[in-house]
Design a protein around this ligand. Structure first.
Ligand code: MN
Length: 381
């Protein structure tokens, strides 16, 4: 599918709410819109792609997006790379896509508890098909879910207004060349990994209007402190909003609020349990954020102390030495790696509510206001 560009203009003095990378988290979307006091017909709402996969309710999010669109003409639902990837497997099959559809449906269901095609089959009361059964099952699915598929295939890649540009991944060209993207495969804009890093690498000029993107978890742009909140980058005029929902254990669903008369604001929600801190804690001055793509480590023999449940390690890129929970370490391709972690000591005030990410005998890994770190004080549920 080629890039689809849609042009529109927002009525003045209205809020614009943007949510990206919902990834099958229908309940979080519902709660987040309530938290933002979303007013259909008054507020603009942009769902910035990757509605499905990596959560338990892909079909639920797709249908919520349809309902929101039907309810108000001020809603724009946009395509994400996961959306297009799964859509093409359903409506433009090839032998290779058939294999991928069945393989990833099984793998995602194992890992995330659900997957779009599995949900469709389940709703029809049929088991996930074998390769031989797939053509007949696909026909049944396309027939039964015709309204969803029609909505899905109509999602635009780029939304351009006089004030803003919206796209799931990023824009591979300058603003004045936007129209040339219609000749490009939509994946160029949708699966645009590390958009801000690429803008820096190619010394891109800043955009004249804010470009709002999802897709690349914002925490990956922050190397010292794990911070999941939207990143407002004035160098390139890009606002990245993917909070890592469904992908990271500390991930959250972010909602960006653009108002004509105020600075950008945001809200966030996650599914983590919360605890109450009972002690104050001061932050550590230096820290490192170990996340996907930058998470290889090595074990060090000379630990400075005995610490139950942790390994004393060195982070490959920085050489920084830190404690990592033993059960967060794994080997991939012969290389020792770790799940999302940090050595940051979070600033905490007694009475703070903290989202509990991981519990260890002597500390808890927590998140407060979108920032992740360790808390060593007393706490209660
Ligand atoms: Mn994506």
């Amino acid at each position: 599918m080629n890039t689809v560009i849609r042009y529109t203009d927002f009525a003045p003095h209205s809020r614009i709410l943007v949510v990206s990378d919902i990834h099958g988290h229908a309940d979080l979307l519902r709660r987040l819109l309530r938290k933002a006091d979303y007013r259909p017909g008054e507020d603009y709402l942009i769902l910035l792609g990757d509605l499905i996969e990596k959560g338990k309710e892909s079909l639920g999010v797709l249908r919520a997006a349809m309902r929101l669109s039907t309810e108000s003409p001020r809603v724009t639902v946009m395509m994400g790379n996961n959306d297009l990837w799964r859509l093409e497997q359903l409506i433009e099959p090839t032998p290779e896509r058939d294999e991928i559809l069945l393989h990833t449906t099984a793998a995602f269901t194992r890992y995330w508890g659900s997957s779009t095609f599995a949900e469709m089959c389940a709703e029809l009361g049929i088991p996930c098909p074998t390769l031989a059964e797939l053509p007949a099952v696909r026909r049944a699915v396309l027939d039964a879910f015709a309204p969803e598929i029609e909505f899905w295939r109509g999602l635009p890649t780029v939304l351009s207004t006089p004030q803003y540009l919206f796209v799931h991944g990023g824009l591979p060209c300058a603003e004045d060349a936007l129209e040339t993207l219609r000749e490009e495969n939509a994946y160029t804009c949708l699966k645009y990994d590390n958009f801000r890093g690429d803008l820096a690498a190619r010394h891109a000029a800043p955009f004249s209007r804010p470009v709002i993107v999802g897709h690349w978890p914002v925490s990956l742009y922050r190397r010292e402190i794990t911070d999941l909140n939207p990143l407002i980058d004035r160098t390139y005029n890009v606002i990245s909003i993917d909070g890592g929902c469904g992908l990271q254990r500390h991930g959250q669903l972010n909602l960006l609020i653009l108002s004509p008369d105020a600075a950008p604001a945001y809200l966030a929600l996650d599914d983590l349990p919360t605890v109450a801190a009972l002690d104050d804690q001061t932050p550590s001055p230096h820290s490192v954020s170990l996340l996907w793509g930058d998470n290889t480590v090595s074990r060090l023999p000379d630990a400075p102390a005995e610490r139950l449940g942790y390994a004393w390690c060195a982070h490959t890129r920085t050489g920084r030495q830190l404690w990592i929970p033993e059960d967060d370490l794994y080997t991939q391709g012969g290389q020792l790696s770790c799940h999302e972690t940090t050595d940051y000591t979070l600033p905490v005030r007694a009475g703070d509510r903290l989202a509990l990410v991981k519990e260890m005998p002597d500390a808890i890994l927590v998140k407060r206001d979108g920032v992740v770190g360790w808390y060593y004080g007393r706490w209660q549920r």
